[in-house]
Structures are given as structure tokens and as C-alpha cells.
Design a protein around this ligand. Structure first.
Ligand code: OGA
Ligand code: MN
Length: 289
């Protein structure tokens, strides 16, 4: 279906959807400029519809990146950022920097939805590349509502009402290795205990159902024996590997990606060669239901 013609120039963004239900390139917009309310609404609707948006040739700095993110909601301060080694820290606590060098491989190579271990995981994240690698390091997204909708009726009804436990234990070794004092880690344990989210969540805007368990942060399904839980989770995680559900970003200078963290999972390809650096701005979301 063709996008409806917009009468005001400031509101007209061009949207070029990918081949399979997830991912769209958005052009006709300069993210360095203040956006009109119509543009913000247009991007917000496009995000829900296409789940990950790709912007190219954007000349923005960290401040403009933050300002763009703020138009979509409150920005998240990652609770580990100030002492975890994956932040630019300091004067911009809402900005996370992820770096990868041949000596220090990147994080995020496993499918995940950002901070699903929080009570209110993020609505979306906006990623900007600041240093393209020599090769590799593409990011992949998977459409977890399409994955849900393709399940057979029996599986869908089996999943209905199940609850999963998520936590941040995968960060723990990382924090210990970085020399994080034990009392900081205990304080994090107290502030961010394991949380429970539905295995199938409902998108608050589209109403579509979404598989909301991921290999990085989900530990088990509540009330199930660990073995049975592991088997089921493994099956659900594997759905993201189906190329039919995926979109992919090959990063070029000036590339920005904005994903709906509620309806997608993402990961970075582990084939990066050379130095790669991205900055992330994250928008606070609602409690999954
Ligand atoms: C993230 C993330 C992947 C990448 O920023 O949340 O998972 O491609 N990044 O760097
Ligand atoms: Mn991530």
C-alpha cells in the first residue's frame, strides 16, 4: 500500500519497507534539525509498523542524538553504565557507547531485547555508528510478533499465560572482571532483583502478540521444571534465527537505526574486523503485559 500523501513538507518522510514485514528505510528527514510534532508522530507510527527504521547519511553528534531520542519519551540511564566499561559516561549518562576492538570483542552477540531484566524494559533504542569497522559487525533484528503469529494454535495456547523470569546475571561476571566493588554489586542486586514478564507480551500500540523471552536475559519459565523450561526456551529462542523474520543493517558512516525493543530481538554479527564503535540512546518503556 502506498504511503498517504502528506500535505505539509515538514511532515513528509519517505518510507521504503524491506521485503518481509520488518525494517524500513526512512528518508527525507534531517535528524540534526529539530523535528515537527508531525514528523515525530510519523516516525513513531512508522516504528510500530516496521519495527526497525534505518536512517542513512545523518550528520549528527551525541547531543543531537540525545535530542532526537527525547522526542519519543524519557531516556533511560543504564544502571551499569557508570562503572561497567560500556559507556561514554560522565556528562551524558543517557548515552551508552559500545566498542569492539580485536583485543576486546563486543558484547551483544546473542539475540536479546534490551534490558528485559528491568521491570519496565525500554520502548526502543536508537543506535548511531561513530566508527565503522573494516568489515563485518552488521546488526540483525528479528520480528518476534511474526514469529509468534506463525506458531500453530496448540503452541500458542500452550504459551498463553506463561510467565518467565529475567535477570542481569550475564553482566555479573563482566562487572566482577572489571573490578566492580562487591558492595556495588549487592546494591544492584537489591535495586534490580529478577523480574517476571509474560512469555508472550502484547504490544501496547499495535495490540499484536510478541514472543518476549531471550537467550541473554531469560532464566526460566515460572512453575516449570528447569529441564522442560530449558527445552521450551531453546525452541522459542531459535525462532529468531529464521531469516524470514530478520532485517539487517550494514553500517556506513552516518547510519542510524531505531528499533522497537518491544516487538524485536537484535544481535550484532560476531564477524567484525577492526575497530567498531556505536552510541546508543534508549527510551524508557512500559511494563510488559
Ligand atoms: C545495543 C546492541 C548491537 C550492535 O546497542 O543494544 O545490542 O550492533 N548493539 O552494536
Ligand atoms: Mn542490545
Amino acid at each position: 500500500m502506498a504511503a498517504p500523501h502528506k500535505s505539509t513538507a515538514s511532515a513528509s518522510i519517505a518510507v521504503k519497507p524491506g521485503a518481509n514485514g520488518i525494517g524500513a528505510e526512512v528518508s527525507g528527514i534531517d535528524l540534526a534539525q529539530p523535528l515537527s510534532p508531525e514528523q515525530v508522530a510519523g516516525i513513531g507510527q512508522t516504528l510500530v509498523a516496521h519495527k526497525v527504521l534505518f536512517f542513512r547519511d545523518q550528520a549528527i553528534d551525541s547531543e543531537q542524538h540525545l535530542a532526537f531520542g527525547r522526542r519519543f519519551g524519557a531516556l533511560e540511564v543504564h544502571p551499569f553504565a557508570s562503572f561497567s566499561g560500556f559507556t561514554s559516561g560522565g556528562d551524558k549518562p543517557e548515552l551508552i557507547a559500545l566498542e569492539s576492538t580485536p583485543e576486546k570483542p563486543q558484547v551483544a552477540e546473542v539475540w536479546h531485547s534490551d534490558v528485559s531484566w528491568r521491570e519496565t524494559p525500554s520502548l526502543g533504542s536508537i543506535l548511531r555508528i561513530t566508527h565503522c569497522p573494516e568489515a563485518g559487525g552488521d546488526t540483525l533484528w528479528a520480528d518476534m510478533s511474526a514469529a509468534y503469529e506463525d506458531l500453530d494454535d496448540a503452541t500458542r495456547s500452550f504459551l498463553s499465560g506463561l510467565v518467565a523470569v529475567h535477570d542481569w546475571s550475564n553482566f555479573r561476571q563482566h562487572l566482577i572482571a572489571l573490578g566492580t566493588p562487591a558492595d556495588h554489586i549487592s546494591a544492584l542486586d537489591a535495586s534490580f532483583p529478577a523480574v517476571e514478564h509474560p512469555v508472550v507480551r502484547t504490544h501496547p500500540v499495535s495490540g499484536r502478540k510478541i514472543i518476549y523471552v531471550n537467550a541473554e536475559f531469560t532464566r526460566r519459565i515460572k512453575g516449570m521444571h528447569q529441564e522442560e523450561s530449558d527445552m521450551l526456551l531453546k525452541k522459542l529462542y531459535a525462532l529468531a534465527d529464521n531469516p524470514d523474520y530478520q532485517a539487517r543493517m550494514e553500517w556506513k558512516p552516518g547510519s542510524v537505526a531505531f528499533w522497537d525493543n518491544r516487538s524485536t530481538h537484535h544481535k550484532v554479527m560476531p564477524d567484525v574486523r577492526g575497530y567498531r564503535r556505536v552510541e546508543r540512546v534508549t527510551i524508557v518503556g512500559d511494563r510488559p503485559f
